[in-house]
Design a protein around this ligand. Structure first.
Ligand code: MF3
Ligand code: CO
Length: 261
């Protein structure tokens, strides 16, 4: 097993800066995302924003991935490849999953946006997915385990009648986007890897309206729900501290910002 890294103070500063750029992208996408644009248009927005802020899109070329963002429309769970022929329609939901590299240090985060007016059912799915992330942060600090996160997310999501995707998980992050430990969105509190001060991790619940099962497409990336029902995704990069956590990629005006910035 690879060593689980903690960050130096300098690396933490770089990661905070990377997170600031990520926040700017998410704020900018609020106005940019609307019916009639393609998922490729979103990717272009993300690429241009990252480059014009002196950073690099970590996803571009990562294990051969061909774009700067992953675009997750409706039943796409994760890793949807941007496509000029996929046009957003009123009522869709679209996850935008992005990694930003600033001087060799990465952040990774995702938001699921509403396109125009979405159904109450879709809104509830999106809201529950985001809330499950914050439920997992309660009491999280150095000494907590990855299983504490998994159990918190799973219990919250399943109590509302949704299911948790198990094939994909959160992860450590730092000089590469995917580091140890893996962080499943299900499990048992007290089990798994113990978190230490100054570790950076990504927690990313992927929540399905129907069954938890997924299928992977022949393009080698796109992951969809097996039953075609919709899925939502929410993710932040967080820094583990002695007494709690700091979220590095949370918009300043977010309802949870007072608690975690
Ligand atoms: N946030 C995505 C993940 O953790 C990042 C994927 S980058 C890609 O899997 F290149 F793999 F798409
Ligand atoms: Co991630």
């Amino acid at each position: 097993m690879r060593e689980i890294k903690t960050l130096t103070n300098h690396q933490i500063e770089l990661m905070r800066h990377s997170g600031e750029v990520m926040k700017g992208i998410f704020v900018g996408l609020r106005d940019f995302i609307k019916a009639g644009i393609s998922t490729k248009d979103i990717d272009t927005f993300v690429y241009d924003f990252i480059i014009s802020h002196g950073c690099k899109p970590s996803c571009l070329g990562y294990m051969g991935y061909p774009a700067s963002a992953c675009l997750e429309v409706n039943d796409v769970v994760v890793h949807g490849i941007p496509n000029e022929n996929v046009i957003l329609q009123n009522g869709d939901i679209v996850g935008v999953d992005i990694c930003v590299n600033y001087k060799g240090i990465h952040t990774d985060a995702c938001r699921t946006y509403a396109v125009g007016e979405i159904s109450p059912e879709a809104q509830a799915l999106v809201d529950t997915t985001k809330e499950s992330f914050f439920v997992a942060l309660k009491n999280l600090k150095a000494g907590s385990t990855t299983g504490d996160i998994g159990e918190a997310v799973q219990k919250f999501v399943e109590a509302r009648g949704y299911s948790i995707v198990r094939e994909l998980q959160g992860h450590g992050i730092g000089t590469t986007i995917h580091e140890e430990p893996g962080i499943p969105n299900f499990g048992k509190a007290g089990t798994g890897t113990k978190l230490r001060e100054n570790m950076a991790i990504c927690i990313e619940p992927m929540v399905n309206m129907g069954s938890r099962h997924v299928v992977f497409e022949k393009d080698g990336w796109t992951c969809r729900t097996r039953d075609g029902k919709w899925s939502a995704h929410y993710e932040n990069t967080i820094l583990v501290k002695k007494d709690g956590v700091e979220i590095l990629t949370l918009e300043e005006d977010d309802e949870y910002a007072k608690l975690y910035l």
